[in-house]
Design a protein around this ligand. Structure first.
Ligand SMILES: NC(=O)c1ccc[n+]([C@@H]2O[C@H](COP(=O)([O-])OP(=O)(O)OC[C@H]3O[C@@H](n4cnc5c(N)ncnc54)[C@H](OP(=O)(O)O)[C@@H]3O)[C@@H](O)[C@H]2O)c1
Length: 290
């Protein structure tokens, strides 16, 4: 029986990246649906679960993409609500990963944990330019690992709004901070053990002249693969590489683990018809893959 992946996105276009990875991971057919709202999800779930015998439903799965991780999670909640209205054999497995937010954040958190020799308890971390999909979920994961996490935005109000959302959804206590210039960047990294840059492509958010002033900084991790690096001096291929007494983690080291996690995630969607791959499940896959 063919493995069919329904790809739901609130955006105008389905992510070509996700479609290619979906095929590479073993989906025979991927059906992209765009401009989907959370309200549309119930009908799509019904179309998935009433078409095949329950014993065959592990060959149908749903992947939620798009750009907005919080909207993606609302769509996931709607899928779960739709399942809960029905007997429990009417299920398909569902994953959510808008803009690679889950898989990238999980890859990043696993690498950072490795750089800290497996112990993040009580460590101070800052996520620079952390209000995007990747930064938000890295913040949640590090908080769950026992880190004291600060998340920055160029606008205080936006940092506060995102941290409030993470508290509401995940119970994560993340400190919001406005960082808009060198002085505020210097202040926020001055007492941290870990800095993670999650800014957009080609934007440097931390210069070497700032990080080199603070010997207590142990880990510098950067998810941006497009030059210039998000953290000056961190090479994209650095994979827990020593850098002037620090541990550097570059975007390709994170990205290669992200790819493994993404492929395994789609593969696992077809192992049974009842798994909801939330952030915790994807983080478990990332820890396994590492
Ligand atoms: N390595 C990998 O495998 C991998 C996989 C996926 C994505 N990525 C990379 O991960 C990074 C984060 O992705 P994302 O989608 O979460 O990011 P994003 O939403 O594009 O950007 C993150 C935040 O950066 C801030 N920002 C925007 N323009 C800025 C500027 N000119 N200067 C400083 N800050 C700015 C914004 O925050 P405020 O407006 O709140 O300041 C924004 O919320 C990107 O570089 C992406 O390419 C890497």
């Amino acid at each position: 029986m063919k493995k069919i992946l329904a790809y739901l996105s609130p955006e105008k276009y389905a992510s070509l990246f996700d479609l290619i990875v979906g095929h590479d991971a073993g989906a025979d057919v991927i059906v992209p649906y765009c401009n989907i709202t959370p309200e549309d999800v119930r009908d799509m779930v019904h179309s998935c679960i009433f078409t095949r015998h329950p014993d065959d439903l592990k060959n149908t799965a749903i992947f939620i993409g798009g750009h907005d991780v919080n909207l993606g999670e609302q769509m996931l909640d709607k899928a779960v609500e739709a399942f809960n209205e029905l007997p429990d054999f009417f299920r398909v497995s569902v994953a959510v990963d808008p803009d690679g937010a889950y898989t990238t954040a999980c890859g990043c958190a696993v690498k950072v944990k490795k750089a800290m020799e497996g112990n993040l308890q009580g460590k101070k971390a800052v996520i620079l330019a952390g209000t995007g999909p990747v930064g938000q979920r890295v913040a949640v994961l590090l908080t769950k690992e026992g880190c004291d996490v600060t998340l920055t935005s160029r606008k205080k109000g936006r940092a506060e709004q995102i941290c409030a959302l993470m508290k509401e959804k995940y119970g994560a206590d993340v400190k919001p901070m406005e960082v808009a210039d060198d002085a505020s960047t210097e202040k926020v990294v001055s007492d941290k053990d870990i800095v993670i840059a999650t800014g957009p492509e080609g934007i440097q958010v931390l210069s070497k002249s700032i990080w080199s002033k603070f010997p207590q900084l142990k880990v510098l991790a950067d998810v941006n693969a497009v030059p210039p690096a998000g953290i000056e001096g961190v090479g994209i291929q650095d994979d827990c590489k020593e850098l002037e007494g620090r541990v550097a983690i570059g975007a390709l080291a994170i990205g290669s683990l992200k790819m493994k996690v993404h492929l395994k995630l789609v593969e696992k969607l077809f192992e049974d018809n009842k798994t909801i791959f939330d952030l915790e499940e994807v983080y478990a896959i990332a820890n396994e893959m590492a």
